[in-house]
Design a protein around this ligand. Structure first.
Ligand code: ADP
Length: 182
C-alpha cells in the first residue's frame, strides 16, 4: 500500500503532481486545500470559518485540520493515498505520526518538491486562484517559511524525506517522483 506525503512551498506543483501520480498508481488523492475549497463553495460551517483565513493566506487551525485528516485516512483502502497540503505545521506533523501509528501505516514516504521564491511567486501570480493576489502570496510564503518549513527537517530526521527539484517540465518531474516510489 502506497503511503505518500507530497510536501513543498505553495505553488511548487504539489497538486498537479499528486493528481497525476494518484491516477497512475490508483491512489486516493487527499488535498486539504481542495477539501477546504469545497467546504467554502458548499457554505458548510467549516467553509464559512475557513474562507477568510484562506483568503488572507493564513492557516486554518491545527485542531480542525488534524480532525479532517484523521477521519479521511481512517477510510483509506485499496492501493493507498497521496496526502497533499498536510502537514503544514510541526503540530500537524506530530499529530499525523500518531494517526499513522494507530492505523499501522509504517511505510510512509515524503516527496518534497523544491523551487526558489521567485519561481513560486511567478507561478502563483499566473495561476490566479482567489487567494493568489500579491499580498496573499507574500503572506503565504511568510507562513510557509515560519510555520511549514520545519516540517521538512522533521521528516529528514525521521529519514523518510526525498527531495525532488520542482522546476522543469511537469512530465519529467512526474517521472522522477515515480522512480523514487516504485
Ligand atoms: P497551495 O496550492 O498554494 O499549496 P492549498 O490548495 O494546499 O495551497 O491550500 C490553500 C489554503 O488552504 C492554504 O493557504 C490554507 O489557508 C488552507 N490550508 C490547506 N491545507 C491546510 C493545512 N494543512 N493547515 C492549515 N491550513 C490549510
Amino acid at each position: 500500500m502506497f503511503q505518500i506525503i507530497i510536501f513543498g512551498p505553495p505553488g511548487v506543483g504539489k497538486g498537479t503532481q499528486a493528481e497525476s501520480i494518484s491516477k497512475k498508481l490508483n491512489l486516493r488523492h487527499i488535498s486539504t486545500g481542495e477539501i477546504l475549497r469545497k467546504a467554502v463553495s458548499d457554505e458548510t460551517e467549516l467553509g464559512l470559518k475557513a474562507k477568510e483565513i484562506m483568503d488572507r493566506g493564513n492557516l486554518v487551525p491545527d485542531e480542525i485540520m488534524n480532525g479532517i485528516v484523521k477521519e479521511t485516512l481512517a477510510n483509506i483502502d485499496g492501493n493507498g493515498f497521496i496526502l497533499d497540503g498536510f502537514p503544514r505545521t510541526l503540530n500537524q506533523a506530530i499529530a499525523l505520526t500518531e494517526i499513522f501509528k494507530n492505523l499501522n501505516f509504517n511505510d510512509v514516504k515524503v516527496i518534497t518538491l523544491t523551487a526558489d521564491d521567485e519561481e513560486i511567486t511567478q507561478r502563483l501570480l499566473k495561476r490566479g486562484r482567489s487567494d493568489d493576489t500579491r499580498d496573499t502570496i507574500l503572506n503565504r510564503l511568510k507562513v510557509y517559511y515560519n510555520s511549514t518549513s520545519p516540517v521538512k527537517e522533521y521528516y529528514e530526521k525521521l529519514g523518510i524525506n526525498i527531495d525532488i527539484n520542482g522546476v522543469g517540465e511537469a512530465d519529467k518531474i512526474n517521472e522522477m517522483i515515480l522512480n523514487k516510489l516504485i
